[in-house]
Write a protein that binds this ligand. Structure first.
Ligand SMILES: NC(=O)c1ccc[n+]([C@@H]2O[C@H](COP(=O)([O-])OP(=O)(O)OC[C@H]3O[C@@H](n4cnc5c(N)ncnc54)[C@H](O)[C@@H]3O)[C@@H](O)[C@H]2O)c1
Length: 388
């Protein structure tokens, strides 16, 4: 399928969620850095504090530091992009270092990394002086196509993922596709699971287009990647336009996340976020079918896209239904509707692109027996998680 002319050289969008909006750009190639410098100049910052991922290639961090340093004094602070490091303790240490560097209310926190760094830096920006400006320079496809298309910033508690956080709007999101050159293929596949979620839950009319583009080897041209990102911007803005805090229509974005978050937590983050969500969607689809909501072909449509993407369709070895259920009971979706003993709150589809809405709400309370059945359908003794 030919690429729209507008996507060949990059992408420029104004992302709007309710009353807030921000510029979102995709670039690659030689002229990208000049473009970034121009946009950062316009922010009139007195200092940049770059929160970055200790695992990034040094050359990527150094090139970014040079570009930012040409605009304002720049300090780089590093954190591990690890789910177990996404904590208030790490945030506290970064805040100390940012404050010691002499930041003011005119300073800008820059997130240079994937979704983990984006979340940590985002919450840091929200808390410093009760809110300083935030610029996202995502280095993973998941960051570019998903996590920066949200105002949610959070860290984990001991009890679960993203329990401690707030909303903070970035001043700018600037994506450089050249950053993805060093990204492991599994990170690309993982990100595309979130895009698949958008297709299944929000824009099923793009199912065939996406099915035709997905490749198990995860080798994509910048134009393909730009098209995927553009799809995610379209899908996410369509449900978040009037729901920027993601409590109503945008709850569809949580599709697959109940079981997915539990799997991430139980593997200490070793199962990639997107893979966990993909498996979580399969479990949810199985529950929907059990409840007579989803038909078999729609359930199979889930698996087909995940397989075309080369993503796992079963939980890693060693995870059992009881432990998943135990974590799920503490899921952060609890409370949107009054709780019911023996039931868990899920986002379920009744057909592709249509969320089941008992009483008009996007939450379905599923009895634990059915939840167990869904989890058991994705248990495995075959899929062994690779050692990191
Ligand atoms: N705010 C939101 O609404 C939202 C939405 C989706 C996900 N998230 C969060 O995002 C996180 C997952 O993000 P992620 O998948 O980007 O993971 P990540 O930030 O952990 O990065 C994945 C891995 O890739 C490495 N990496 C990053 N960029 C690289 C590059 N350019 N080259 C080589 N290696 C690179 C990292 O060191 C890490 O090992 C989760 O914590 C999730 O909760 C938040």
């Amino acid at each position: 399928m030919p690429l729209p002319a507008g996507l060949r050289s990059g992408l420029d969008r104004r992302v709007r969620f309710g009353d807030v909006s921000y510029d979102f750009h995709v670039r690659h190639g030689r002229t990208a850095w000049n473009d970034l410098r121009t946009r950062l100049d316009a922010l009139d910052a007195d200092r940049f504090v770059v929160v970055t991922d200790a695992g990034l290639p040094d050359s990527l961090v150094a090139a970014t530091k040079v570009a930012l340093g040409a605009v304002a004094p720049t300090q780089v602070v590093k954190a591990q992009a690890d789910e177990t490091e996404k904590t208030l303790g790490v945030l506290d240490q970064l805040a100390e270092r940012a404050l010691e560097s002499g930041i003011t209310r005119r300073s800008v926190v820059v997130a240079l990394g994937g979704g983990v760094i984006g979340n940590i830096a985002g919450l840091l920006a929200a808390l410093l002086f009760r809110g300083v400006r935030l610029v996202h320079l995502p280095t993973t496809l998941l960051g570019m196509s998903d996590s920066v298309l949200s105002l949610k910033q959070a860290v984990n508690s001991r009890c679960g993922k993203n329990h401690l956080g707030t909303f903070h709007t970035p001043a700018l999101v600037w994506n450089n596709l050249d950053f993805l050159e060093s990204l492991p293929a599994d990170e690309t596949r993982s990100a595309l699971c979130e895009m698949i979620k958008n297709v299944l839950g929000i824009v099923p009319e793009r199912y065939d287009e996406v099915a035709g583009m997905l490749r198990t080897d995860a080798c994509y041209s910048p134009e393909d990647i730009t098209r995927f990102i553009d799809l995610c911007v379209d899908a996410k803005t369509s449900v978040m336009r009037d729901d920027h805090t993601e409590k109503h229509e945008a709850l569809v974005l949580e599709y697959g996340h109940t079981t997915g978050h539990a799997a991430e937590l139980l593997t200490g983050g070793r199962l990639r976020h997107g893979f966990a969500i993909g498996i979580g969607m399969l479990a949810a689809a199985r529950m929907s079918r059990e409840l007579g909501l989803l038909d078999r072909s729609d359930e199979q449509a889930h698996r087909r896209l995940l397989e075309l993407n080369g993503a796992p369709v079963q939980l890693p070895e060693g995870i059992d239904a009881d432990s998943v259920l135990e974590v799920i009971r503490l899921d952060n979706k609890r409370g949107y509707v009054p709780g019911r003993t023996g039931a868990v709150d899920f986002i379920l589809l009744e057909e592709l692109g249509r969320v089941h809405r008992p009483d008009g709400k996007l939450i379905t309370q599923v009895d634990e027996d059915t939840v167990r059945l869904g989890i058991e359908s994705v248990l495995s003794d075959r899929y062994v998680l690779a050692r990191v």
